[in-house]
Design a protein around this ligand. Structure first.
Ligand code: CTP
Ligand code: MG
Length: 231
């Protein structure tokens, strides 16, 4: 990667579905807070030059003290939704930045290699504005409406999106701003680019890079962390 990318770590959610007292990003997995694990993975990728963390309002200082990763870190207060947190992080990134990679703190097992892979995929394709890791769907997927199955989807065309997701910064800023103007919010950043019509390339994701949403996910995360610690 030439020029270097800025990584945004989204860590401003409350973790309502987990229902713990602490916001999810500050919960520990294998002895380290998820936000630290996520930032460490970003920092360990040579293509990432600095990190912006969106932390829950009031926890900015704590996030800043926790996340010491050998590269510059800026912490901003996040917003009420993920989309707004991205907007607040974007405002803290210098305009000339060429590439931005967005990553959820709720995925503490993303590898530095996955960061490098999305950055490389973006770099190697001039007409592409984004690169997203996806994992294939193994179950048969049904469309369900009103409690009844109305269709069976073609699994070959379906995939589950992960983060980190890499973007050309002007496209990400444009798509994000347009979505805000249209009153739309998307659950990931690639969706905003797709909605505008930017090309987004899909690359193989990592099944171990799962998102922690529920207690069950957290229990699985502890098992994975313990397994890794044993080598
Ligand atoms: N996120 C954020 N700002 C928000 C909401 C979410 O930065 N206002 C971040 C979360 O910290 C998380 C990522 O976006 O890393 C994905 O969101 P999700 O898994 O839904 O986390 P939470 O919103 O914290 O969980 P919940 O929806 O259960 O409250
Ligand atoms: Mg959420």
């Amino acid at each position: 990667m030439t020029g270097g990318a800025v990584a945004i770590i989204l860590a401003a959610g409350s973790g309502e579905r987990l229902g713990r007292a602490k916001p999810k990003a500050f919960l520990e997995v294998g002895g380290a807070p998820m936000v630290l694990r996520a930032a460490e993975a970003a920092a360990a990728c040579s293509g990432v030059t600095s990190i912006v963390i969106a932390a829950a309002s009031g926890l900015e200082e704590r996030a800043g003290a926790l996340v010491v990763v050998g590269k510059p870190v800026v912490v901003v207060a996040g917003g009420a939704t993920r989309h707004r947190s991205v907007g607040l992080a974007l405002a803290a990134i210098p305009e000339p930045t060429g590439v931005i990679v967005c990553h959820d703190a709720a995925r503490p097992f993303a590898s530095p290699r996955l960061f490098a892979e999305v950055l490389d995929a973006l770099e190697s394709s001039a007409d592409t504005s984004g690169a997203v890791p996806v994992v294939l769907v193994s179950d048969t997927v049904k469309r369900v409406h009103g409690g009844f199955v109305v269709a069976t989807e073609d699994r070959d065309e379906l995939a589950l999106a992960q983060t980190p997701q890499a973007f050309r910064a002007p496209a990400l800023r444009d798509a994000h701003a347009r979505a805000v103007r249209a009153g739309l919010e998307f659950s990931d950043d690639a969706a905003a680019l797709e909605w505008v019509g930017y090309r987004v390339v899909a690359i193989p994701g990592d099944p171990d890079n799962f998102k922690i949403t529920t207690e069950r996910d957290l229990a699985r995360a502890e098992l994975v962390a313990a397994e890794r610690a044993r080598g």
